[in-house]
Design a binder for this molecule. Sequence first.
Ligand SMILES: Nc1nc2c(ncn2[C@@H]2O[C@H](COP(=O)(O)OP(=O)(O)OP(=O)(O)O)[C@@H](O)[C@H]2O)c(=O)[nH]1
Ligand SMILES: [Mg+2]
Length: 558
Amino acid sequence: MREALRGGQRVDPDDLITRLDAVRRFLTAVDGHLPDERLVPAHTLVERAGTRLALSRDHTVVALAGATGSGKSSLFNALARLDLSPVGVRRPTTGVAHACVWGPLDGATRLLDWIGVLPRHRFIRESALDGDDESALHGLVLLDLPDFDSVQHAHRLEVDRLLGLVDLVIWVVDPQKYADRLVHTAYLREFHRHRDVTLVVLNQADRLPPAEVPRVLDDLRRLLDADGLTGVPLLATTAVDPSGTTELRASLESTVAERQASLRRLAGDIDTVVERLADLVGPDSAGAGPDSAGTRVLTDALAGAAGVPAVTTAVEAAYRHRAAGVTGWPLVRGWRRLRPDPLRRLHLPGSDAAGGSTEEPGAKPVAATSVPDPTAAQRSALGLAVRAVAERAGGDLPGPWPAAVTGAARSRLGDVPDALDRAVAGTDLDVPERPLWWRLVGALQWLVTLTAVAGLAWLALGYALNALGLPDPDEPMVGEVPLPTLLLLGGLLAGLLVAAVTRPVVRWAARRARLRAERRLTAAVAGVGEEHVLTPVRAVLTSYADARDALRVAAGKK
Ligand SMILES: Nc1nc2c(ncn2[C@@H]2O[C@H](COP(=O)(O)OP(=O)(O)OP(=O)(O)O)[C@@H](O)[C@H]2O)c(=O)[nH]1
Ligand SMILES: [Mg+2]
């Protein structure tokens, strides 16, 4: 039986610290993304384990726990070989934890402060006074707990608190109550992950006929198996007889010598916490991120909400309007210029050279466009697109993660309208004001117009001279046609011809200007989607991946 508690695997302190750090990393990664109540056990673990490891690894804190009257205090006194904790006939007797420390108290003081044992309930067994047989227990801190089935609710709370802190638990049951449901369902079953640091004693074995003891032990073993505590050490003890605790003492000696109980306890705690968190992470393939199809739908919806079609239509119209103003027939150009520029009507800068822009040169464009507000349909299309992006990005994640991804995708939706307006206002639409070829065509138009005007003037002069009866100077002839007539008609015809050739070229160039502006605007609204929707989504997915990796390390899988 001396080997009884050595059955478990050795826990390497460095591995334990790595696993604990991984739980910490998990908590950092999921912070703000998962409901806090799911994370309480992990936070408690990190806090407790950190403190326990920092306090003392040379001590093994062992608690005697059980129902009232099972004989915890009697066993405590028997192991200490002193009457330290009152044993009573009136139940329950022990109301607060008592502690006995083997070895100097100094080292254990901070540990007992943390556990919360009052100084007047702390006792010492110094081996110097007691001889060699106590030195084997050096480092043991034995606790006598109140009962957990008490009429006193406070006892149960205290027991639950202490059971969360100790390294090893000795469950004390007696022949009358060993099958009591409460001890099995509320306690032993909950401790199945702590098999390595659990020991069960059937106390008051002297009250049974010797032949009955193995039968009761078998029955108890069967119940423990059903609790998931297969293989935990099970001993029979008699607290009132000095020889009745020899096996238990031997078992404690080997446990104390091993200095593994605190590490095993914490490893079991990590196992429990990790198991309860397991449903919060899934396979590696989950949460791959926003895909290109979803991103495209989002950009389209943002473009709709930003009024990009209206702006690009205005760009095309503005190009044609401006081109007509420069390349059109000179006599009607001025009239054309009176009509407002379609881009300026939207308060868009249009191009760097936009004469109507009220902005200071070099100043950043302000978001005050008159692009029409999104319609209800455009707004709902945007909402649907955001939801769709989130669902495609994180819909296959487990537990509360899809909701976290959707929440992140929508988190900055309120800022989107302003951001879109700024993006549109800040986009250089690249609509030319007076490109060289317009000016050349314009000059050509002037030339042919002036030619026609010259012809007209010449003809008019001829008529005038005629009317006044003055001699008509001979008009030079070009073939059969007089030169002034040729100039007039030729000029007019050439003007029409230039206009006929220019118009389709302007239309083609206007369409190109529209496509160019569309590309730039699409890139600008995509930037808004990136910043306000996709980046928050990716942040959650990164947190998820970090949490998944951390939990894998915390589970002990490398
Ligand atoms: N015959 C016999 N009596 C025992 C044994 N252990 C304890 N008792 C008696 O059982 C009664 C209860 O013992 P306690 O040690 O006070 O029990 P406890 O578990 O500490 O009880 P609470 O403090 O109320 O939780 C006392 O009268 C003890 O003398 C034992 O092994 N054999
Ligand atoms: Mg007691």
